[in-house]
Design a protein around this ligand. Structure first.
Ligand code: GAP
Length: 449
């Protein structure tokens, strides 16, 4: 079972501290959201799971954390200054602004007028000045994707790690887009995070690697707890491809508002390194790139057999963290009517809280001290956040932790003081098991394996 509507998720997120409207106390700013105490844990766990799968569990990918502010040359040669835009229309009656390709019947969604301007390109990048003089001559952008600074660091990473093709560079970080109509909660926002891999391959091997990454990313989302029933793989039509792409495959999820892109896997060919390289004329660049006389660095590698230098092709799996969080919340949301509870059945590695330790009686010194010891011991395992709940009402605590997805609750009662046993209650089955406190560490480690 998934949520019945986006409203159900929005309400849970606010009530339980996952996601808040940003700047709320001043009326809010559209397209910006803040992640609360539960949201930040879920988001970090999702990012950590991606990082692990890319960097720790493989031997062919390096990590990077590049600057968000990006020089204008980078986004000029990447094509963003010229082409990173959406078609904007104004309603002449109510003065509202819309994305032309999202309008039904060319009607203003606000006042239903048909008196709209012709669409014109609206660049989505946020521009800001840099340095103490704000005369418009020195400006930078908030990056619209994390990818570009991976390309500009290609040579740095290659030289410092002695990599040979095929290999990848992965990065997680903020991206910013001045979306004309942000909507559907955290699905389309103006500030978000991306988890991007740029995987560099020899031309000719690109189709094979593209297929490989589509499968690999699809399977990763399933491992995060997304049911195949709500996942689809869609080939993007040739006339809808981005300027850099030879082929793109979207992993589409059935969100509460409809089927939309969760992640895109693009074959960017040699467009990016070919756009940013010095001495473009020395290479057979297959993409249509802007002439670059500014770059100081050759972004090419040598074929060790024939000694020819060439520009690598790039396969790019690019996922949105917010869209991932939304899909996972939707997927995990369950109403258990029989037991009158709402459960967030997240995979344990994603759960914001790994265990809640609950003394049976509030403020009972002996019970609370014992609970603190157990909490500290569990915390030391290093699985994530463990919480001490000193509010007394066990039933309420269980319900609360079911709703934030805590997989196990540990209850400390008077028997604990006598024989050092505790009860462990499972979120999904609601079954309780009595164990010795000494077995808890093992129990936990096995459970999380
Ligand atoms: N580097 C390639 C790239 O940025 P994209 O399809 O524009 O490609 C990649 O974005 C992913 O980033 C999307 O699949 C989506 O998950 C996420 N994303 C893009 N725009 C977003 C927005 N306005 N709000 C939330 N997530 C967004």
């Amino acid at each position: 079972m998934v949520s019945k509507s986006m409203e159900e998720l929005v309400s849970l997120c606010k009530r339980r501290g996952f996601i808040f409207q940003s700047n709320e106390i001043y009326g809010g700013v559209k397209g910006l959201y803040d992640f609360g105490p539960m949201g930040v844990e879920l988001k970090n766990n999702l990012k950590q799971s991606w990082w692990k799968s890319m960097i720790y569990e493989r031997d062919d990918i390096e990590g990077l954390d590049a600057s968000i502010l990006t020089g204008s040359d980078v986004l000029k040669y990447s094509g963003h200054e010229d082409t990173f835009s959406d078609p904007l229309v104004d309603c002449k009656s109510c003065k509202s602004r819309w994305r032309a390709d999202q309008l039904d019947n060319h009607n203003c969604p606000n006042c239903k007028s048909k008196d709209l301007t012709e669409p014109r390109p609206f660049n989505l990048m946020f521009k800001t000045s840099i340095g103490p003089v704000d005369d418009g001559s020195s400006y930078v952008y908030l990056r619209p994707e994390t990818a570009q600074q991976i390309f500009t660091n290609f040579k740095n990473v290659l030289d410092s790690t002695n990599r040979v093709l095929p290999f990848g560079i992965a990065q997680i970080g903020k991206a910013f887009r001045n979306e004309i109509t942000p909507r559907n909660f955290i699905f389309r926002v103006r500030e978000f995070e991306q988890m991007e891999l740029e995987f560099f391959v020899e031309p000719g091997f690109d189709d094979k690697w593209h297929k490989y990454w589509v499968e690999s990313r699809y399977n990763w989302w399933k491992k995060q707890g997304i049911d195949e029933k709500r996942l689809e793989i869609q080939d993007i039509k040739k006339d809808e491809l981005s300027h850099y792409s030879k082929a793109t495959v979207d992993i589409v999820y059935n969100f509460p508002h409809g089927k939309e892109e969760l992640e895109g896997i693009a074959n960017r060919t040699d467009f990016d390194l070919g756009s940013h390289t010095k001495n473009q004329q020395d290479f057979k660049i297959s993409s249509n790139v802007m002439k670059n006389k500014t770059s100081t660095t050759k972004l090419a590698v040598q074929n060790l057999t024939n000694k020819n230098w060439f520009i690598p092709y790039v396969i790019e799996p690019s996922a949105g963290v917010e869209r991932g969080v939304l899909a996972l919340l939707n997927e995990a949301y369950k109403v258990d009517e029989k037991n009158s509870r709402t459960v967030l059945a997240l995979k344990p590695h994603l759960s914001p809280i790994k265990a809640a330790v609950i003394p049976l009686k509030r403020n009972n010194e002996k019970l609370v001290n014992q609970a603190k010891i157990i909490k500290n011991n569990l915390q030391k395992i290093g699985l994530g956040r463990v919480m001490l709940e000193n509010s007394g009402n066990i039933g309420k605590n269980y319900r609360r932790h079911d709703e934030v997805g805590t997989p196990l609750c540990v209850t400390v009662d008077f028997e604990t003081l006598e024989n050092n046993t505790i009860t462990v209650r499972d979120r999904d089955t609601m079954q309780q098991k009595r164990l010795s406190s000494d077995e808890l560490k093992n129990y936990y480690e096995n459970y999380f394996e």
